[in-house]
Write a protein that binds this ligand. Structure first.
Ligand code: ARG
Ligand code: GLU
Length: 754
């Protein structure tokens, strides 16, 4: 593999500083003192990281009995591990739902009623909304089952069982070289999967690697396809605080929505049909309005997407020093331009709202992640741990035979191949998140390249009709001037982020022609392209002829997207795949090594979108010097944040009136206020949105929806002092459903614990 030619960083990074200078380059005296101080912090941190930290971890439910039950009971759990996960009897697991592809939901009634986040149901709520029925702003409530709205494509998946199949998957792999091993593993997995699918035709079967392929689990699932929208709070509840409050505590968002799963006459999955019946679940969670106390046991049961706690120090250095900073810097630019556009008119504010939210969500998370990892000295901590690993391995000939080289190999692997990781990130940032004209133009490749075939098959008119439809949708939420500015700003950052050998072929010519004046380039490309003006594009499509494909092929925006995607496909994709495969193999050995060498610690496998349990307690935190976060927020705080007419902090008038009169009914706390949200020490990540937060007796006490900003490094390194998940309190949710929306019939369905 070519050695890295990633340039030294020339962009000033406001959020993440490049890796700190080597300590040896510090002035001697100061260096010594700092070294000692750092050494002390690291020793402390290392001790911490090697003993079990109560709240850390996302555990496999099938293993709770052997790994966690004692610990959980000591923290306040009153159920048994078997109550939480069982294949022999109904258990909490039967109430946990993978909602669509990436969120969690929970069953709260015997009629298939489920709760998830507002932001998880957002696209469904949006798709049923119109100017006359603005459910995003005003909310939606089905007052009878007949009013519930169907959502084609939306699924609800239950876990039937989780089975350790490690021995069967690894059968016959001993002593094989990595390629033969991978082939054998794949073949074994296919055999097990096919056999199970044949035996259980109603179930879906997936086998996933855990601990980088040291263990394998078979996940057997059942997926329902008729999932209807039952209710959504007004935007002033479900999205209160918007992006300003996103990833932040104190938080005042009622981030919830309500759906219902339907099944056929046999209570089995079926496509939508008016004849379907509400699904009768294996279990539904009781809902507690008793209220909670700081220190109370909490458990989050859901589908966390991805964590990377075992990264090698060179990888962490790369994330903090190169990948995150470049992606953040590019989003800084595009967000500044989009924010300016959104402030310029109401039409553009609406047009860019959801794009802005999408770009800003990861941007804000990465900034927090960088800060958090730097504050933890994550790289130095990893390095200290690696030194200790090398030391212990070195003292034991048997271990050094297996693990003696793995650290150097990992380090060398990153040094040699990180440009491919960067290339992937740059493709995502520029092509998928940057100027939208590029992706839009790429959809015209069929017309450009297959014109004769389309004519021959009589499909030309149909293809043009489809493209015209997508054109209308695209321009509805698009401002060419903004996009042109984004192109001018992001293009040089994209080029700068790429290893010179991985840059698109078009670059040399553009650089010479425009003398690196990217404003001039963008202006010219946008004025000449057929894709950057709706009327021009429609006129072009209306008189599409034999000569037209050439026009597309020579279009400046089309040419740019073509070269950008080709650069990835031809120069980086295969290499990135090989890099990833080798990395997985090295990590498999390394993680096994850690588990062997530091064998006094309990290990949990990184999140991989499978069902997990995280446990901890309700608690606040001390996120910064001089700052204490209390664990609860209330309606009093909602009223304090209220800004009438504001895009993010407006409230429905009726809600304001009810809150001012403290009409909280049975949902009030002891002081007569209404608790809105709380924080707890459960380790969570993306995908845990919508997860039930459950008390020690198994009752639902809230819905997980976010982490505090100071926590976001937990995907790479968890800090028990600061990492807190953010939960919408169930009492606020029930109050909105019952007292505000008047949908008390839904509360009637639930088992309320008082
Ligand atoms: N930060 C939360 C989660 O990743 C919530 C995102 C939706 N909310 C928002 N205001 N954009 O992903
Ligand atoms: N909001 C995230 C989600 O959509 C969960 C918050 C987190 O990343 O912890 O899954």
């Amino acid at each position: 593999m070519p050695t890295s030619r990633v340039q030294s960083l020339r962009i000033p990074f406001p959020h993440c500083t490049p890796p700190p200078k080597a300590l040896s380059s510090l002035p001697k005296e100061k260096g010594n003192k700092m070294l000692r101080k750092l050494f002390l912090t690291l020793t402390l941190a290392l001790t911490l990281s090697l003993t079990l930290r109560a709240a850390e971890g996302m555990w496999i439910p099938a293993l709770l009995r052997s790994l966690n039950e004692t610990d959980m009971k000591a923290m306040g759990l009153k159920l048994s591990a078997e109550d939480i996960y069982s294949v022999n009897k109904s258990s909490l697991k039967d109430a946990i739902v993978l909602f669509g592809g990436g969120c969690t939901a929970e069953v709260v009634s015997t009629q298939g009623l489920i709760l998830t986040n507002h932001h998880c149901g957002f696209s469904q709520i949006q798709s049923h909304s119109s100017v006359e029925h603005d459910y995003l702003t005003d909310g939606f409530w089905a007052m009878t089952k007949a009013d519930e709205l169907s959502n084609p494509g939306l699924t609800a998946t239950f876990i039937v069982r989780i089975e350790d199949v490690t021995a069967r998957v690894l059968d016959g792999t001993a002593g094989l070289d990595p390629a033969s091993r991978a082939a054998r593993v794949a073949a074994n997995m296919q055999t097990i999967k096919s056999a199970t699918e044949k035996a259980e035709p109603k179930h879906q079967v997936d086998i996933k690697p855990f601990f980088y392929g040291n263990e394998f689990y078979m996940i057997v699932t059942k997926t329902f396809r008729d999932v209807r929208l039952v209710g959504a709070p007004p935007g002033g509840v479900g999205k209160f605080g918007g992006d300003t409050d996103n990833w932040m505590w104190p938080r005042h968002t009622g981030d919830f929505s309500v759906f219902r799963i339907y099944a056929n006459g046999d209570n089995e999955p079926a496509d939508y049909s008016a004849d379907n019946k509400p699904y009768v679940p294996g279990y539904s969670l009781p809902v507690s309005v008793k209220g909670t106390q700081p220190g109370d046991f909490t458990m989050v049961y859901g589908f966390p997407g991805q964590t990377q706690q075992y990264l090698h120090s060179s990888a962490v250095k790369f994330v903090i020093g190169e990948m995150n900073p470049r992606a953040i810097a590019m989003r800084d630019k595009s967000l500044a331009l989009i924010n300016e556009t959104m402030a310029s008119s109401d039409r553009l504010r609406i047009a860019y709202a959801s794009k802005q939210a999408r770009i800003a969500n990861a941007w804000k998370k990465w900034i927090g992640e960088c800060k958090g990892l730097e504050r933890l000295h994550a790289v130095e901590m990893k390095q200290a741990m690696e030194r200790k690993f090398a030391d212990l391995v070195g003292k034991n000939p048997e271990l050094s035979g297996v693990y003696g080289n793995v650290l150097q190999e990992l380090e060398g692997h990153y040094a040699a191949g990180k440009q491919y990781l960067m290339a992937r990130s740059m493709l995502v940032e520029f092509f998928y998140t940057g100027p939208e004209a590029l992706r839009f133009a790429s959809a015209f490749a069929g017309l450009a390249d297959n014109y004769p075939k389309l004519v021959e098959d009589g499909k030309l008119a149909d293809e043009i009709r489809k493209l015209k439809e997508s054109t209308t949708g695209f321009y509805k939420n698009y401002d060419p001037m903004t996009d042109q500015k984004i192109l001018a700003a992001l293009y040089p950052m994209y080029i700068e982020g790429l290893d010179p050998a991985l840059r698109p072929d078009i670059h040399a010519g553009l650089s010479a022609k425009y003398a690196n004046d990217w404003n001039r380039y963008a202006a010219e490309a946008f004025s000449k392209s057929v894709f950057t003006d709706e009327a021009r594009l429609n006129a072009f499509l209306d008189k599409f002829s034999k000569k037209s494909p050439k026009v597309i092929q020579n279009d400046p925006i089309y040419l740019l997207q073509k070269s950008v995607t080709a650069a990835w496909k031809d120069k980086a994709a295969a290499q990135a795949g090989a890099f990833e495969a080798k990395l997985q193999d090295l990590m498999r050995v390394y993680v096994k090594g850690m588990m062997t060498v530091f064998n006094d610690k309990k290990y949990w496998p990184d999140a991989n979108s499978t069902l997990r349990v995280a446990y901890g307690k309700i608690e606040g935190s001390e996120p910064q010097d001089g700052v204490i976060y209390k664990p609860y927020t209330t309606m009093a705080g909602v009223l304090e944040k209220y800004v009438p007419g504001d895009r993010e902090f407006d409230l429905p008038q009726r809600l304001v009136d009810m809150a001012r009169n403290k009409q909280y009914g049975q949902y009030a706390n002891a002081k007569g206020d209404l608790v809105v949200a709380f924080t707890a020490s459960n380790q969570t990540t993306g995908g845990n949105s919508g997860s039930p937060v459950i008390d020690g007796s198994g009752n639902l006490i809230g819905i997980n929806f976010d982490r505090s900003w100071e926590s976001t490094m937990s995907d790479i390194m968890y800090d028990p002092e600061r990492c807190r998940n953010i939960v919408a309190d169930i009492r606020y949710i029930l109050w909105v459903i019952d007292n505000y929306a008047g949908a008390g019939h839904l509360i009637q369905e639930m088992k309320i614990v008082r």
